[in-house]
Design a protein around this ligand. Structure first.
Ligand SMILES: [Mg+2]
Length: 360
């Protein structure tokens, strides 16, 4: 059966919230984020600022050099979170099957919703526009990969001083045709390294990638090669996973060379803990169990876990727990092939909050 998937993304979300508080900002170049003197970075920037080359994650000092008239607004996270929760509330009323990807982004499976997917998308967009007064863009396709890319392409095509607030539809069966002219970098799993190797083979577009025999891709990229071949054809079976079904959030890495150095292993655990913490906070989730996975050079693998007194979304707490677990299984000088951290027993802060409200 053909699925109907939406990818919803609020347009310049933090900026849109700031414009609600101060309508005079509309159409002006401004950025939400930290101060340039304090080495702040751009968390979100208006479409008028983007025309100067400003983009998120850029140091604010650099953004100011690119756009000297840039207005800088400090971020107000609690407020953005509250809008995010309301946005997800509307999404959940349209379809209970949705997956929050970040504070302003979600996949929605509307396969079971009777009207054509583009109509459901229009209704969802209207509700977010009217009830929250926030602009949002939606990609519509038969799977997550194509819906996400469709949305990115649609948003990028709308150039102006105002948010795109657009809907981009890829009709079933047209995914490969839609993807063909796009650069391979648009695909999931194509980072700089993979892109470079593909460019060496004269493969720059997704259409060109789709022409490469699967066996060549597997030879070049291992298991990932098979996935690349499917994605290049616009095929993606990954399900929309609702937060409630999400069992754990984890990170693991196989070292290019086995590692014996404690500092390097600890640094890896720290990076992984930070990524997990960020993901938890984006999703508004807290984990009660911290787990590590270690694989030795002979491929034996072990896992160890501990339960925290209180669920957490804090990087440092995850890291300290992971380190404690690791020190129980490792002796000085012992080589490690793979290391991973995970957090499970996830709890939904949003639901805890609503329980609170009922009890009062
Ligand atoms: Mg967004």
């Amino acid at each position: 059966m053909t699925r109907k998937i939406l990818h919803l993304d609020l347009d310049a979300f933090f900026c849109a919230v700031e414009e609600l508080k101060n309508p005079a900002l509309a159409g002006k170049p401004f950025a939400v984020g930290g101060r340039p003197q304090e080495r702040g970075v751009v968390a979100s920037c208006s479409y008028a600022a983007r025309k100067f080359g400003v983009h998120s994650a850029m140091p604010m000092a650099r953004a100011l050099r690119l756009c000297p008239g840039l207005i800088i607004i400090p971020s107000f996270h609690a407020e953005y979170t509250s809008y995010s929760v309301q946005m997800l509330g509307i999404v959940g009323e349209v379809s209970p099957v949705f997956e929050q990807v970040s504070i302003d982004e979600a996949f929605v499976d509307v396969t079971e919703i009777p009207p054509p997917a583009h109509q459901t998308a229009e209704r969802l967009q209207q509700r977010i526009n009217q009830e929250l007064h926030l602009p949002c863009s939606i990609g519509v396709a038969e799977n997550k990969l194509v819906a996400k890319i469709a949305n990115d392409v649609g948003k990028a095509a709308a150039r102006g001083d105002h948010p795109p607030n657009t809907i981009t539809v890829v009709t079933p069966g047209q995914a490969a045709v839609f993807l063909a002219p796009l650069p391979v970098e648009r695909l999931w799993g194509v980072g700089p390294k993979t892109a470079e190797r593909l460019h060496e083979l004269n493969v720059t577009t997704i259409g060109e990638l789709a022409q490469v025999p699967v066996k060549d891709l597997i030879r070049l990229f291992g298991k990932n090669g098979q996935l690349l071949a499917l994605h290049a054809q616009g095929v993606d079976d990954s399900p929309v996973i609702t937060t409630r079904e999400m069992k754990s959030i984890s990170q693991e890495v196989t070292f290019a060379r086995d590692v014996r150095d404690y500092r390097q292993i600890a640094a890896t655990l720290r990076d992984q803990s930070i990524q997990i913490g960020e993901r938890l906070r984006e999703l508004g989730l807290y984990g009660k169990t911290v787990k590590i996975k270690v694989r030795w050079p002979n491929f034996t693998t072990l896992t160890r876990q501990l339960t925290l007194t209180l669920p957490t979304d804090q990087d440092e707490e995850i890291y300290q727990s992971a380190l404690k677990l690791f020190s129980r299984v490792w002796q000085e000088g012992k080589a490690v092939r793979l290391i991973g951290v995970g957090v499970s027993d996830l709890q939904d802060s949003v639901r805890q909050m609503s329980l609170w409200e009922i009890e009062r």
